[in-house]
Ligand binder design. Structure first.
Ligand code: PNS
Length: 169
């Protein structure tokens, strides 16, 4: 029997913390699907295509990892892909309330699908996509926290918005 898991997220953008989790989950399961959400209540900085592309670049070094887009409900996507395990990372106790609520709701929506939490590695507990976006947009360096292709994509998007909205002096 092969084991499969799905790791969903907005990945706006994917960070070293996400990639560490992908590596660890992919060593536990035969196949790992990284599912990049299409519908999000958040207003992503990167388009779906860009988030998929960056996640695919990150996944390329793990032979048993594929990247898919997540349309509709996560539990439906899990069932469609023959997966019973959702992977989520926990960085700190502040993540717990939201994650616990989501895991419980997903369990209610589909009793066959369970959520498995992996603790973030200590060197990644403080990394979040929102902080990465903010630092990059304010001109700080994020090279320690994301792969170089993500850093370049952030630079490109920041330069683009500076051209569109030049700072008046
Ligand atoms: O990286 P994020 O933004 O914390 O990921 C949130 C995500 C994508 C896991 C969540 O929004 C989700 O599962 N979206 C799919 C739609 C869905 O199933 N919503 C009900 C969740 S209880």
């Amino acid at each position: 029997m092969t084991t499969r898991a799905i790791y969903p997220g907005t990945f706006d953008p994917i960070t070293n913390g996400h990639i560490d989790l992908i590596g660890r989950a992919s060593s536990i399961f035969d196949t790992l699907l990284v599912a990049v959400t299409v519908n999000t209540s958040k207003q992503p900085l990167f388009s779906l295509e860009q988030r998929l592309e960056l996640a695919s670049q990150a996944a390329a070094k793990f032979p048993n990892v594929s990247v898919i887009d997540l349309q509709g409900l996560l539990v439906d996507c899990a069932v469609q892909h023959n997966t019973k395990v959702i992977i989520r990372g926990l960085r700190a106790v502040t993540d717990f309330d939201y994650e616990f609520q989501m895991a419980t709701m997903n369990q209610k929506l589909c009793k066959d699908v369970d959520t498995l939490f992996l603790a973030a590695s200590t060197e990644h507990t403080f990394i979040s996509s929102s902080m990465i976006r903010e630092i990059a947009q304010l001109g700080g360096s994020v090279s320690e926290f994301v792969p170089d292709y993500v850093e370049s994509a952030l630079q490109a998007i920041t330069n683009q918005s500076l051209c569109a909205n030049p700072i008046e002096v």
